[in-house]
Design a protein around this ligand. Structure first.
Ligand SMILES: C=C(O[C@H]1C=CC=C(C(=O)O)[C@@H]1O)C(=O)O
Length: 350
């Protein structure tokens, strides 16, 4: 087993282990004490763990952490896939929520809202490292992480969605939305429905408008099909050259949370989520990763991901966070089914 796992298991102090997409190294940040560092604005270089709601404090690990890199050197067994089970109470609850969202869209309150539910699964506490190893092996193109802070809790996930990759004055991001369940899909030949195309276009338009004031050179690819585990999404790659490198953080403030996790218009969707979802998303739908900023020359080199396909771990329980984009063409039963399919990303490693 990698030394990093042993170190994480023995740690009572805050840590994060992560493996970037298509990378053969695991990075570990270990804080030297139990302090909880929070901020409302990212200024110094750090590992950031930001919540979904912008008015809640951003957690970060400062750069003076013990930072270690280690090549992936383990093999791990997979247990048999447990078929995803339908809980009729959870299903009814989600159908009611989605129906309410569709009604609000028909009433003209908003165009799109991402509605989610939190599902509890029984797990084995001594298998946390195994769950993490399985995520690493199973999702080579995802950002896979294991985060722990005594005041925040333990989180783990395998996200397919980059929030931003920033290299000085170039910001790269993606519009990722629309879902079908199709393992090993023939990506070139997928025909997307209107509901999914619209759902993703809302995200692309929002990102382009958010970045426009900060850039004179903004480009987007055509939408294409992207495999994330057994699911396929629609994806557009977007790149902006910033007028001012100092605006890197403004780009994050303008983007987060995008309509891939929140909705459009942002304020209305966020209000609807708070008033109707019935639980606090905490760090689900937030973002995490490396924020590198040098205020002497204003250089930035950051790699941040949206926190989804994730779970919060508490002893022998895992809480899975499962959401989906709702628009005027949504069919509630299909939306529930989509959350069941999304739960397999995590359930297949438990
Ligand atoms: C909100 C989630 O996924 C987002 C990312 C890709 C596709 C999505 C969708 O089809 O609804 C969501 O916007 C989630 O996995 O919890």
């Amino acid at each position: 087993m990698n030394n990093l796992f042993q170190k994480a298991l023995a740690a009572s102090t805050p840590f994060v282990l992560y493996r970037k997409p298509n990378n053969s190294q695991i990075v570990g940040w270990f804080q030297k004490n139990k302090m909880l560092h929070t901020t409302t604005k990212l200024t110094k270089s750090c590992f950031v763990f930001a919540p979904f709601h912008e008015n809640e404090k951003i957690v970060f690990y400062p750069e003076d952490c013990d930072i270690t890199h280690e090549f992936i050197d383990f093999s791990v067994e997979f247990s048999q896939d447990i078929p995803a089970q339908t809980n009729s109470f959870e299903r009814e609850k989600h159908l009611l929520l989605v129906n309410k969202g569709i009604q609000a869209i028909h009433d003209g309150l908003m165009e799109k809202v991402v509605l989610s539910r939190k599902e509890t699964v029984t797990i084995e506490q001594d298998k946390y490292p195994i769950y993490f190893q399985r995520l690493i092996k199973k999702y080579p193109t995802a950002f896979v992480y294991w985060f722990y802070h005594p005041n925040v809790g333990m989180w783990m996930g395998a996200t397919p969605e980059q929030l931003v990759k920033i290299n000085n004055n170039v910001v790269q991001t993606v519009s990722l939305a629309g879902t079908i369940n199709q393992p090993n899909a023939d990506l070139k030949n997928i025909i997307w429905g209107e509901k999914e195309q619209n759902e993703q276009q809302v995200v692309t338009d929002f990102i382009m408008n958010a970045l426009k004031p900060l850039s004179n050179d903004l480009q987007a690819t055509k939408p294409y099909s992207y495999q994330a585990g057994s699911l396929v999404h629609i994806k557009t790659d977007i790149a902006a050259v910033l007028k001012n490198t100092q605006d890197a953080y403004k780009a994050i403030e303008a983007l987060h949370p995008t309509p891939a996790l929140c909705g459009f218009p942002k304020q209305e969707a966020q209000k609807f989520i708070i008033e109707n979802e019935g639980y606090n998303r905490e760090f689900y739908g937030g973002y995490l990763g490396e924020w590198k900023f040098n205020n002497l020359d204003y250089s930035t080199k950051s790699d941040l991901f949206v926190n989804l396909r994730c779970m919060k771990l508490d002893k022998n329980q895992a809480y899975l966070f499962l959401g989906g984009g709702i628009n005027k063409d949504s069919i509630p039963e299909n939306e529930y089914e989509e959350t069941v399919n999304k739960s397999k990303t995590i359930k297949s490693v438990l």
